[in-house]
Write a protein that binds this ligand. Structure first.
Ligand code: ADP
Ligand code: MG
Length: 298
């Protein structure tokens, strides 16, 4: 394995995001009320943070919007009677002909739009998992290149990548872009693993040579598409998994080389008439037993 790709949100950063602030600040309650009606049924970390912020402020979960749909990597589009509601990033807004500039903010911004008018922004921050830096360092020491592939914007991505010492990252990727990136890496860098939290990740988990999902909060689709599911949401499991599998592969190689070498030797000896029945038995049953004993080390 030469490359390990990470999703950012929920994988390198904590699965719980926090609502930090509102623009404009006085619209706090209104923005949350509008957003909750769209985000109430989503399991995206952004939606969960909005749900939590509402609970903390005593905002009731009113009826969700009709005609609501979640656009992967962009946000939520809903209908409130005749009103059209958008909750999401600038990409989503662009799709609906709204061109707003995003100033240099590191955090995730959920734009709240009603009938094409930007009502305000909910600012959401993510926090890097405490063990992430150590895991990235451990991968580098194993000569494995860490790559971050995220749907989040450039500045948030760079902020996390810089803090963790990840040199290669790509931001603003839709789920399909992640699949393409992994495909490209497979062509140039050999075997590629992808590690995700399972939100919008099923396709890329399937595409990677090894798909690893963080089982704690992963969706069923992600668990189905993964080769490895980490039950513990700590990233350290990745290092253990890589070490174990490379140890297992080494044992497999040892067994193959050792068995073939001995069998070849016996073959050569028997050509010269050396060795007999007992050597043949050793070459077969004895070698099998030795290989099994060696495999027990795994
Ligand atoms: P990541 O690759 O970082 O895990 P996702 O592909 O899940 O990110 O989402 C990318 C971006 O799409 C988010 O940063 C956010 O701007 C927007 N987004 C996705 N789902 C939602 C949602 N339910 N509500 C608001 N915004 C969303
Ligand atoms: Mg994600």
């Amino acid at each position: 394995m030469k490359t390990v790709c990470f999703d950012k949100t929920g994988t390198l950063t904590k699965e719980t995001l926090n609502v930090i602030s509102f623009i404009p600040p006085e619209k706090e309650m209104e923005l949350l009320q509008i957003a909750l009606k769209g985000e109430a049924h989503s399991r995206h970390p952004i939606a969960l943070s909005i749900q939590r912020a509402c609970t903390e402020r005593g905002i009731e979960n009113m009826d969700a919007y009709s005609d609501m749909s979640e656009v992967a990597g962009k946000g939520i589009v809903a209908k409130d009677g005749d009103d059209q509601i958008l909750l999401g990033n600038t990409k989503l807004l662009h799709d609906y002909g709204i061109d707003i500039e995003e100033k240099d903010v590191v955090n995730t911004v959920v734009n709240v739009v009603k009938n094409g008018e930007l009502l305000g922004k909910i600012i959401i921050g993510d926090e890097i998992k405490p063990e992430a830096k150590e895991v990235i360092k451990a991968l580098k020491s194993m000569k494995i290149n860490p790559v971050m592939l995220t749907g989040d914007k450039e500045l948030s991505a760079r902020n996390v990548a810089d803090q963790l010492g990840i040199n290669d990252y790509k931001a603003k990727l839709l789920p399909l872009d992640k699949v393409n990136e992994v495909e490209k890496l497979k062509k140039t860098n050999g075997k590629v693993a992808f590690i995700g939290d399972g939100i919008n990740d099923a396709a890329v988990l399937l595409k990677a040579d090894v798909g690893i999902s963080m089982g704690g909060i992963s969706s069923d689709a992600a668990i189905e598409s993964s080769s490895i599911v980490l039950v513990d949401p700590s990233l350290k499991g990745i290092i253990t998994a890589i070490k174990r599998s490379s140890k297992a592969m080494n044992i497999v190689r040892e067994n193959i080389v050792f068995s073939l070498a001995v069998k070849f030797l016996i073959l050569v000896l028997s050509v010269f008439g050396i060795g007999g029945m007992w050597l043949a038995v050793f070459g077969d049953v004895g070698l099998a037993a030795l290989a099994i004993l060696n495999a027990l080390r795994a």
